[in-house]
Design a protein around this ligand. Structure first.
Ligand SMILES: C[C@](O)(CO)[C@H](O)COP(=O)(O)OP(=O)(O)OC[C@H]1O[C@@H](n2ccc(N)nc2=O)[C@H](O)[C@@H]1O
Ligand SMILES: Nc1ncnc2c1ncn2[C@@H]1O[C@H](COP(=O)(O)OP(=O)(O)OP(=O)(O)O)[C@@H](O)[C@H]1O
Length: 284
């Protein structure tokens, strides 16, 4: 038996850090949505009791460090499943990019194994399992658009933003999420983006207001560490993107674009700066 799952990338339309918690995580307020750039998973049942990960991508771990492996092991142990699984990851989301590629693979593994092994785990419980794997995993389990609070695992679904083009550019640098959060000083954040205003803009279907309310306080850290991310943002603005922001802890920068006629110019202009550029649709 085989199952297929798509694992889309997420972008953060706004990300605010409220304070550092006693458990070391940061209390956040984020609005996240999915874009049409996705890894593909093929899950094949194995009679023997093992988890095998394969991928065409040479640059991700294929052992227990892989988040899809961890998701499979978690669900297998928790529900006492005796059979095994081979998961093939067709990676299309850039790795360590701020686009939750690994988290989305883990979430797709939870969804896929729930079907493959006929476990009938409700969505809420899948999200709780996801939270054991990472802060972005619960959102990736259900996708759509959501307000995320707590360390990112408490979700309130909201409407999808107005459909638009999303141009993504990932500079060739590796950013550690733990390091970026480690450098945030919550009491020194000058301007906090507003989740409420972003939610209102989305609910009004007001593309201009969505662009005007984009904000990510992690930019303060990542842009200082990596000035090339700042340059990329400036290039995207100059090329005519309607709204520009870094996603998550970076380094990917995304531009929201309403008119298709502008997309090719922005895409081609950015290719002069970095190799990894994608032009996709927002997911509705
Ligand atoms: C930057 C974002 O991707 C935005 O969506 C997320 O907040 C991070 O999500 P993630 O990569 O799934 O993060 P996790 O794997 O749970 O945590 C990685 C590291 O980031 C830091 N971390 C993460 C989330 C959070 N709310 N506060 C934190 O301080 C912690 O040091 C943690 O050890
Ligand atoms: N299935 C996977 N796909 C990609 N990377 C994975 C996977 N499993 C584990 N990893 C490891 O996780 C690290 C982060 O990769 P990932 O692509 O998930 O980062 P990210 O997009 O920055 O995530 P986030 O936005 O949630 O912080 C990489 O260094 C990679 O080695």
């Amino acid at each position: 038996m085989k199952m297929y799952e798509k694992a889309p990338a997420k972008i953060n339309l706004m990300l605010d850090v409220l304070h550092k918690r006693a458990d070391g995580f940061h209390e956040v307020e984020m609005i996240m949505t999915m874009v049409d750039l996705a890894d593909r998973l093929e899950l094949s049942e194995l009679k023997r009791d093992s988890i095998i990960i394969s991928s065409q991508a040479g640059y991700i771990p294929l052992d227990e460090k892989n988040l899809a492996f961890q998701a499979a092991r978690l669900i297998k142990d928790r529900y006492n499943v005796k059979s095994g699984v081979h998961i093939h990851l067709d990676k299309r989301i850039p790795v360590a990019a701020g686009l939750a590629g690994g988290s989305s693979d883990a979430a797709a593994t939870l969804r896929g194994l729930n079907r493959l092994w006929r476990l009938n785990i409700p969505a809420q419980e899948l999200q709780e399992l996801g939270a054991e794997l990472g802060s972005d995993v619960p959102f990736c389990v259900t996708g759509g658009t959501a307000l995320a609070t707590g360390r990112g695992e408490r979700l309130t679904p909201i409407e999808n933003p107005p459909q638009c083009w999303v141009v993504l550019a990932k500079p060739p640098i590796n950013v550690s999420t733990a390091e970026v959060y480690g450098r945030v000083r919550a009491n020194q954040i000058a301007v906090h983006p507003s989740a409420q205003r972003m939610q209102e803009a989305i609910e009004a279907g007001d593309f201009g207001a969505v662009c005007a309310n984009l904000g990510n306080v992690l930019e303060d850290v990542t842009l200082k560490l990596y000035p090339e991310v700042q340059q990329l943002k400036e290039a995207m603005v100059k090329l005519g993107a309607d709204g520009v922001l870094m996603s998550g802890s970076g380094p990917t920068v995304f531009g929201l674009v309403s008119k298709q006629s502008k997309v090719a110019r922005i895409y081609n202009g950015l290719r002069g700066f970095c190799k990894e550029v994608y032009a996709v649709r927002s997911l509705s």
